[in-house]
Design a protein around this ligand. Structure first.
Ligand code: ADP
Length: 437
């Protein structure tokens, strides 16, 4: 090979490398493909070039991009090229490159394109576009300039470019498919949210009526139907909790949460919530304990939302702990909640700690390590819903997480399957400057 041949070859390789770099750094397919055909024409010394892709619906090849005299018309008219009886079709089915020095005398040449564009092809070099073992289309260099003929080197160059083009097309298709799937997912999510909103609003009214009339009946009948009315009210209250859970989630999703921060004693708030759950724990044969500091723990937050967080965690702990077990709610400062002595010491010695740590620990069934990150997702439940023994909608922890984050806090779970779980919520004691509470 002569020095000038080597130089030309090097220049070609450099151009290919340049295109390849662009390919990996862009997902905008159109300009990229155009660049590929322009480069294909330039490097093979041709008048034009084109990329044809196989269309599964029509079973034909279609021009995807082109350069040269006829390119505009080729793309505008979307002229199809049949698989049978065309050079591009033969390349597609054989997977091998084809050089045609004289298109007019070649029986494989498809004349439909010339008939529509009014100009004839003289010579042609066509190579397959391979993705793994699948051929998705053809890259062509058209009309070698002057009286030259396409060479083996032109074939090698075009094959290399075709490999790049195939990767770009595949990536762009995947990105497109992913985008569509995301859009569909978003649409489904919106539908689901709307359904939850409508259903929960609609359920609220009849439920209020049930509670109202149960109360009226109680007043009218005195103690005559106490047990039955207790049952009606108990069931209605459970329904109310479910509806409120659905509404809470909806508000969190849409950002329509009304947060009312105020100064209050977190220790007292925890004591109150624990008291609310004492009867439930007792009826489940559990001991509910609160390990709280001796002093008040002032905090600036939305008390009602903090109660929801605690309520959800405690009701889960009660639900997933078998009879004879224990649920412990503790309060301390970040990193010290488990050690109540240390936490108490900190309360007296260092009351200005910025964050509080609330933990709810149980001696229940526990959670497998792989599930610990997933359980905070909406509608996620470790047990398959078809065979689950525990009630619930899989929304409680999503709400806990959303409300904690709304306060600038965070939440996580630790667990030893078969031995128990511990949920930890860390909350700032006052909203961060600029935080919209
Ligand atoms: P729900 O309790 O309504 O199913 P949650 O969002 O509150 O929904 O909890 C999601 C899942 O996390 C539960 O279904 C359960 O599998 C698991 N989980 C939550 N808390 C506990 C706990 N204390 N012990 C064991 N598993 C738990």
């Amino acid at each position: 090979m002569s020095v000038s041949d080597t130089k030309t070859r090097l220049q070609r390789l450099e151009r290919i490398l340049e295109i390849s770099r662009e390919l990996t750094s862009t997902v905008a397919l159109e300009p990229l493909l155009r660049k590929i055909v322009v480069t294909a024409a330039e490097l093979t010394g041709s008048e034009g070039g084109s990329i044809l892709l196989w269309n599964a619906r029509t079973g034909e090849l279609h021009f995807r991009t082109a350069c040269g005299d006829r390119s505009g018309q080729l793309l505008e008219d979307d002229i199809p090229v049949p698989i049978e009886g065309s050079i591009a079709g033969t390349v597609l089915t054989s997977g091998e490159p084809i050089i045609v020095h004289d298109a007019q005398s070649d029986p494989r040449h498809y004349r439909g394109v010339a008939e529509q564009t009014g100009s004839e092809t003289r010579s042609l070099l066509a190579v397959p576009l391979h993705i793994k073992d699948k051929c998705i289309g053809v890259l062509e260099a058209v009309d070698k300039q002057g009286d030259q003929r396409f060479s083996q080197e032109d074939v090698d160059t075009l094959m290399t470019l075709a490999a790049q083009a195939a990767v770009a097309i595949e990536n762009a298709r995947l990105v497109g498919a992913l985008r569509k799937a995301y859009e569909r997912l978003g649409e489904l999510d919106r539908l689901k949210s709307d359904f939850i909103a409508i259903a929960s609003h609609e359920l609220r009214t009849p439920l209020s009526l049930i509670l109202l009339y149960a109360d009226l009946l109680r007043q009218k009948l005195g103690t005559a139907a106490e047990a039955q009315l207790d049952a009606v009210e108990g069931a209605a209250m459970r329904l109310k909790h479910i509806i409120e859970t659905m509404l809470n989630l909806r508000y969190l999703e849409t950002g329509e949460v009304e947060v009312k921060p105020k100064h209050f004693d977190l220790r007292e708030a925890i004591e109150n919530v624990c008291r609310d759950y004492e009867a439930l724990a007792e009826s489940n044969g559990l001991l509910l304990r609160a390990d709280l500091p001796d002093q008040q723990v002032p905090i600036e937050a939305d008390e009602e939302k903090i109660r929801v967080i605690l309520g959800n965690l405690i009701s889960n702990a009660v639900k997933f702990t078998p009879q004879g077990g224990q649920v412990t709610v503790a309060l301390g400062f970040e990193g010290g909640a488990a050690d109540i002595d240390r936490a108490s010491a900190r309360v007296s010695g260092d009351v200005d700690r910025d964050s509080v740590e609330i933990s709810v620990a149980d001696t229940g069934v526990g959670i497998p390590a792989v599930e610990l990150g997933r359980i905070f997702g909406r509608f996620y439940q470790v047990e398959d819903h078809m065979i689950r023994r525990h009630g619930g909608m899989g929304l409680g922890l999503a709400i806990v997480k959303g409300l904690a984050e709304l306060h600038g806090g965070r939440v996580w779970a630790e667990s030893k399957p078969g031995q128990g779980s511990r949920f930890v919520v860390v909350l700032p004691r006052s909203p961060a400057p600029g935080q919209d509470l």
